[in-house]
Design a protein around this ligand. Structure first.
Ligand SMILES: Nc1ncnc2c1ncn2[C@@H]1O[C@H](COP(=O)(O)OP(=O)(O)OP(=O)(O)O)[C@@H](O)[C@H]1O
Ligand SMILES: [Mg+2]
Length: 299
């Protein structure tokens, strides 16, 4: 089974308006609601690709319930820790010709809730996958990724880590199955500015030497580079299309790679990841399977 963990899920409330004036009552032309948080995005995209996962994390209040109901309607199993106070955040995204976002802070996560999450990790077995993606809310210890990986280190669980700086670097000692920085995040980890594929491959290889089994570096509109666990470098160009909203492209790529690597074919995993990321960049929300498969065939 694949488990995703979302510490700070969100409901994205997207408002489209032709004009917005600060201090006025403005009217939207249309609105949409999406469920978000990186782990949840990965679960949604896995489901789209026909792969089951269980979404773990913290949920609170009626907004937390709405996310759980929505995920279950989408066919995703959930096993969230329910917080006794606060509510799962709502992120407001105002789209005019520019985009203005106000992201909620999210509920406070007390220590006993963290213990409850750790307890849920007992369900993970040899061969399972766990996805750790995104930043850590202020109320959680900043070594929570390491604590989780320590907790499951007695089993052969494939960890997938999509995070910045030390948050990712500190997990390498647990030999994660996959790490997915984008090229800026990779540069930032080593205090370097990366431009060419050679430079990117050099630093991706450093992450592999430090413990990561597969290193996938996403490069937005320039595609992606993978150094797989056999030390082979694969380069994949980007798909072509009109960018609508690239939020979630990275999460889609992670899901595509996981789904594509089930048979150990990393060349295909990279392609499915790039196609899922690209198709999401070309959609308002996360991409649909049909759009993704159409792009895979063109890569
Ligand atoms: N504009 C684009 N055109 C084509 N493909 C894209 C585009 N943006 C993203 N992709 C695809 O999606 C993958 C992931 O995108 P990106 O590098 O932006 O991830 P990211 O920076 O982690 O994004 P985020 O964390 O915001 O979801 C890229 O490697 C690429 O294959
Ligand atoms: Mg990212």
């Amino acid at each position: 089974m694949i488990y995703t963990i979302t510490f700070n899920p969100a409901i994205d409330y997207v408002l489209h308006a032709s004009e917005v004036k600060a201090g006025n009552i403005n009217r939207a032309d249309r609105e949409e609601i999406y469920f978000g948080g990186k782990g949840i995005n990965v679960s949604l995209m896995l489901r789209e690709l026909g792969v089951q996962s269980i979404a773990l994390g913290f949920a609170a209040g009626f907004t937390g319930t709405a996310i759980e109901d929505g995920l279950s309607l989408a066919g995703i199993k959930t096993d969230f820790v329910h917080l006794k106070s606060g509510f799962t955040r709502i992120n407001v995204k105002i789209k005019t010709n520019a985009e203005t976002d106000i992201n909620g802070r999210g509920p406070n996560i007390p220590k006993d809730a963290v213990d409850e999450l750790m307890y849920k990790l007992n369900a993970l077995k040899d061969g399972d996958t766990v996805v750790l993606a995104g930043s850590i809310p202020k109320s959680l210890p900043d070594n929570i990724y390491e604590k989780i990986l320590e907790e499951i280190s007695d089993r052969r669980v494939k960890a997938v880590v999509d995070a910045e700086k030390d948050l990712l670097l500190n997990t390498l000692k647990y030999k994660p199955f996959l790490v997915k920085p984008n090229k800026f995040e990779l540069g930032e980890m080593f205090g370097a500015e990366l431009h060419t594929n050679e430079e990117i491959a050099l630093y991706a290889e450093k992450l592999r030497e430090m413990g990561a089994r597969n290193v996938l570096v996403s490069m937005a509109g320039d595609g992606a580079l993978l150094i797989d666990e056999n030390g082979k470098t694969h380069i994949c160009g980007a798909c072509r299309g009109e960018v609508k909203n690239s939020v979630g492209a990275g999460d889609s790529m992670v899901a595509g790679f996981i789904a594509g690597s089930i048979n150990g074919d990393y060349e295909y995993a990279l392609k499915l990841g790039a196609a899922a990321g690209g198709a999401t960049a070309f959609s308002e929300g996360l991409a649909k399977k049909k759009e993704i498969l159409a792009l895979v065939n063109k890569l």
